[in-house]
Design a protein around this ligand. Structure first.
Ligand SMILES: C[S@@+](CC[C@H](N)C(=O)[O-])C[C@H]1O[C@@H](n2cnc3c(N)ncnc32)[C@H](O)[C@@H]1O
Length: 379
């Protein structure tokens, strides 16, 4: 069957690779999404295993309409009672870019009426809509007069991994953090250091990657667990298989932050998923840190929209500190780029990757910090 995994801007290729590794077929890259083919088994696996997907959709009907009424009629053609029980609640999320509709809520209303009317005709009862915590999430996509109705197999978005017990002031989205680490092509053997670790998202995602730990293995409820065809035996079988593939690692993953409260939050988050000692963290200022051994250094310093700092000076200081104290390491910085000044750290990136953090344009820059005579390469 056809499946669509949604992702964030710039992570499409990373996600396509992940899907290939778990056995997806006929993989096609779209805008912030990947379409692929796979079985129900793959739907379960994808939800537990994919690090850079935000949601896995299963399209159930694709059609063309010439007017709004046709959406209702086509919605009636799906046998909804085969998909979910009348006792379940549901919600519809529409993305509409069509000359046929002025208001994006209207298509959702039409499809809702089709579902409710069909159940009522068949059973005399109707399922209720629950916009906050629905059992069944339905996705309606309309582009001009082409419509796709999909079931959301994930339920809660997949970045909600469950390990974040509390958050620091500006945590990075878990899916984005995992995608960034995969973009660095970290070899899982070189030490990994985040010197501005905040709530620890990079550290935890890096440990998950190193251990081959499926990011959503501990989640009990997915959208697919509420479908009529839910096969709990298959779900548990896959979960056990994935658990057995988790490996021990000796790689050193460590972090620091100058904010004591963030270090406490980071500790709580790490403890909620891994052993206390598996990731070392320290309450220390970046400008007093260095790497004990060759490391991949990855961090997202604070930036304007979220944290108030004297940006120019701060970024310049970061560059100076890296030049003098991080020689021999590969350093990756993820930061806002809408104002070039903010990236004036005085080092020339060897790689620049465009990404977004929410609606903010960002870049992931790689700096190779050479020693002695090569230092002049950085200005
Ligand atoms: C954008 S947040 C990083 C968020 C983190 N990646 C997460 O997922 O929670 C920036 C972090 O840098 C820390 N920070 C700011 N200035 C610092 C400094 N001079 N030394 C160390 N940490 C610093 C802040 O306390 C904050 O936790």
């Amino acid at each position: 069957m056809l499946l669509v995994a949604k992702t964030l801007y710039g992570l499409e290729n990373v996600l396509a690779n992940e899907i290939k590794k778990i056995g997806g077929k006929r993989i096609e890259i779209r805008n912030r999404a990947i379409s692929f083919e796979g079985s129900l088994e793959l739907v379960y696996t994808a939800n537990m295993m994919l690090r850079t997907a935000t949601q896995i959709l299963m399209p159930i009907k694709k059609f063309k309409i010439n007017n709004a009424d046709e959406l209702y009629k086509k919605g009636m053609q799906v046998d909804w009672s085969k998909i979910f029980d009348v006792k379940k609640t549901f919600s519809i999320k529409s993305t509409v870019n069509s000359f046929l509709f002025n208001h994006s809520n209207y298509p959702s209303l039409l499809l809702k009426d089709a579902i409710v009317d069909q159940f009522r005709k068949k059973t005399g009862r109707r399922p209720n809509v629950d916009s906050k915590f629905p059992d069944i999430k339905i996705d309606l996509h309309i582009e001009n007069n082409f419509c796709t109705i999909s079931l959301d197999s994930s339920g809660d978005l997949l970045y909600k991994r469950g390990y974040r017990k509390s958050v620091s002031i500006a945590p990075i989205n878990e899916v984005l953090a995992a995608g960034i680490i995969l973009l660095t092509k970290w070899n899982k053997e070189t030490s990994f250091f985040d010197p501005m670790c905040g709530s620890g998202t990079f550290l935890i995602e890096a440990m998950m990657i190193a251990k081959n730990f499926p990011p959503n293995i501990n989640r009990k409820y997915f959208g697919f667990t509420k479908w009529k065809n839910y096969d709990s035996k298959l779900h548990f079988k896959i979960r056990n298989k994935l658990k057995n593939q988790i490996i021990e690692t000796k790689v050193e993953i460590y972090g620091s932050d100058n904010n004591q409260k963030n270090i406490r939050i980071c500790r709580e988050n790490i403890n909620s998923i891994f052993n206390y000692n598996s990731i070392k963290i320290k309450n220390v200022d970046f400008f007093e840190t260095t790497t004990e051994r060759k490391s991949l250094v990855l961090f997202n310093p604070p930036y304007g929209e979220r944290l108030r700092i004297e940006e120019d000076l701060f970024y310049e200081k970061i560059g100076n500190h890296l030049k003098h104290n991080f020689v021999g390491n590969e350093v990756w910085i993820f930061s806002q780029n809408n104002d070039e000044k903010k990236l004036r750290i005085g080092l020339k990136p060897s790689t620049k990757i465009k990404l977004k953090n929410g609606s903010i344009d960002c870049t992931l820059n790689k700096y190779e910090i050479f020693s002695g005579k090569n230092k002049e390469r950085f200005n």
